[in-house]
Write a protein that binds this ligand. Structure first.
Ligand code: GLN
Length: 553
């Protein structure tokens, strides 16, 4: 029995995916935090991959790295931003990670010779993990989002875990189904039938939704609320209308207006710790985001932009959100364009590069492999030579160092061993411990991952932005600036303004303000810690320099 009467909310998807189950789960969190509860959130991804680290971002979107280095789904980023909490690996699980653990225990005879079965042993392990994450955060309420859609073969085992938890803790578990109500263009009317089917599918695995969040293009009318109530066995005021919104950050305010927090408390037999949800800070953030004056135009230059129908903005979602938070901080509207770096690798690159004159800032985010690398280096050179604020993240930092080595330190053929391991001048080289791992083909979870400290040099942009001497940031990389080249690069004018405490690893490279308004590259991922209520200082500095460029045009 849990020490305190912890509560659990399972969020499941009906009808189809991609309708904002993650944002709904996160927003439920924001509302409950506002009600004074200690809330944590857990994501379950029903695939065999043990974590999200080995997945191609064009298939799965961004890999969000947690403080402890766990490589997870982008929804975890939304949880951290909406809950304003730092989560850990215990807040994430996949089918693969659950099976791996059950099989490990079986091999260790931890089941004491018993027959180990999919049911109940897999759901039991799922429940153990949910309880563990609740305990580790000492949460009053734990939100558990089950990835995928009801009726899919692969998430049935997790619904079974939810069902078992409900009988283990009667009265302490709620089910929220996020459904979708289509309006077929030929019919012109909102249809509830798919939601009814989804509700029945859920019933067929022994689960009854307590609340239905009805996503649609427009708000639900009373008639449809009642229809859903009748056919899906929920109270009509437990059917929450969730029409499309201008910004995902509106969703918690809409939920609060519709008293979703009170309804959940009611279902879970608990009382808000504060009266009206105290969402003043959130409200003022949303207000600021809507009352902007002027714009700042940022180009995000990457390689993942031309891949069929995939929603590519997802690949860099934390980067985009981080830019937005800083732009709102200064009261301007962010206009963010994705630019594919391969466009700058052909004969006409000179004229193609001119398009950047229109931008106030250029950002090259993290990446892997060889595609589009030369194009990115051309873009970085253009930013440096034309005084356009430049912010390079991870690969974007490594490539900035390579560009500087080639064009300012005159090191011919400067490159990274990721592109050409046999090149003479490997400005960026593999971390020694990584060499062994790659030789053994150990790819999963083996990069330099998670939080590491970084010491900042006095009198630099980094130090003044952070207003501190040591910072801790999250990492995800295999390669690093080769220490052998640091001296010659410094002589050529590049400043390594952040290093690991022993001074060996370069964490930040920048140009002095006297030379360039903002040319900064970071080996870590500041986007993972940018929050709506606390924008990241380096993003803010970048955006501020970009606004200055715009104003001085
Ligand atoms: N590919 C580079 C490395 O592994 C950069 C990684 C990244 O940008 N996340 O070091």
């Amino acid at each position: 029995m849990a020490k305190k009467n912890r509560k659990y909310i399972f969020v499941v998807g009906g009808v189809m995916s991609g309708v904002g189950k993650g944002v709904a789960s996160s927003s439920i969190g924001t509302v409950l935090v506002g009600k004074g509860f200690k809330v944590t959130a857990l994501k379950i991804d029903p695939y065999i991959n043990v974590d999200a680290g080995t997945m191609n971002p064009t298939e799965h979107g961004e890999v969000f790295v947690l403080r402890d280095g766990y490589e997870t789904d982008q929804d975890m980023g939304n949880y951290e931003r909406f809950l304003n909490e730092t989560l850990e690996g215990v807040n994430y699980m996949t089918t693969g990670s659950v099976y791996l653990e059950v099989i490990r225990k079986e091999r260790n005879l931890e089941y004491k010779g018993k027959n180990v079965e999919v049911v109940p042993d897999i759901p039991k392990e799922v429940i153990r993990r949910i309880e563990r994450s609740a305990q580790s955060a000492d949460a009053d309420i734990t939100i558990v989002e089950i990835g995928g859609t009801i009726g899919e073969y692969q998430n049935v085992i997790f619904l079974e875990a939810g069902r078992m938890m409900k009988s283990k803790y009667p009265g302490d578990v709620a089910f929220v189904m996020v459904s979708y109500l289509p309006i077929p263009s030929k019919v012109g009317e909102m249809k509830t039938k798919p939601t009814q089917y989804a509700s029945r599918s859920l019933n067929s695995v022994g689960v009854q939704a307590d609340i239905i969040i009805a996503r649609s293009d427009v708000a639900l009318d009373k008639k449809r609320k009642e229809k859903i109530a009748t056919f899906c066995n929920v109270k009509s005021d437990h059917v929450i209308s969730a029409p499309d919104v201008e910004s995902i950050y509106d969703v918690p305010l809409n939920f609060e207006r519709d008293e979703l927090g009170e309804i959940l408390c009611d279902v879970l037999g608990t009382k808000p710790k504060k009266g009206k949800a105290e969402m003043a800070a959130w409200r003022s953030f949303v207000k600021r985001s809507k009352n902007t004056k002027g714009e700042v135009k940022i180009a995000v230059v990457g390689k993942y932009f031309n891949s069929g129908d995939f929603v590519l903005s997802d690949v860099y979602i934390s980067v985009l959100e981080a830019i937005k938070f800083s732009a709102y901080k200064y009261g301007v509207k962010p206009v963010i364009d994705y630019v594919s770096s391969v466009d700058f690798e052909n004969k006409d690159k000179e004229s193609a590069l001119k398009r950047f004159d229109d931008y106030d800032g250029i950002l090259v985010p993290g990446g892997f492999g060889t595609t589009g690398i030369e194009g990115k280096i051309e873009v970085i050179k253009y930013a440096r030579e034309h005084n356009i604020p430049y912010f390079g993240i991870c690969y974007g930092m490594q490539l900035a160092v390579i560009e500087y080595a080639r064009n300012k330190a005159r090191i011919s053929g400067a490159t990274t061993s990721e592109v050409d391991p046999n090149a003479e001048n490997l400005i960026i080289d593999i971390l020694p411990e990584q060499k062994e791992k790659l030789a053994k083909k150990e790819y999963g979870g083996t990069m330099r991952l998670g939080e590491y400290p970084c010491v900042l040099k006095k009198g630099t942009i980094a130090r003044s932005a952070y207003k501190g001497e040591t910072v801790i940031e999250r990492h995800r990389h295999r390669y690093e600036v080769n220490p052998e080249y640091v001296e010659v690069l410094e002589k050529a004018g590049l400043v390594f303004s952040g290093t690991s405490p022993n001074g060996r690893l370069c964490e930040i490279a920048e140009l002095p303000r006297s030379v360039h308004p903002f040319f900064v590259g970071v080996q870590f991922h500041p986007e993972f810690t940018a929050r709506p209520l606390s924008p990241h200082p380096l993003f803010s500095e970048f955006v501020k320099s970009s606004i200055n460029r715009r104003n001085s045009k």
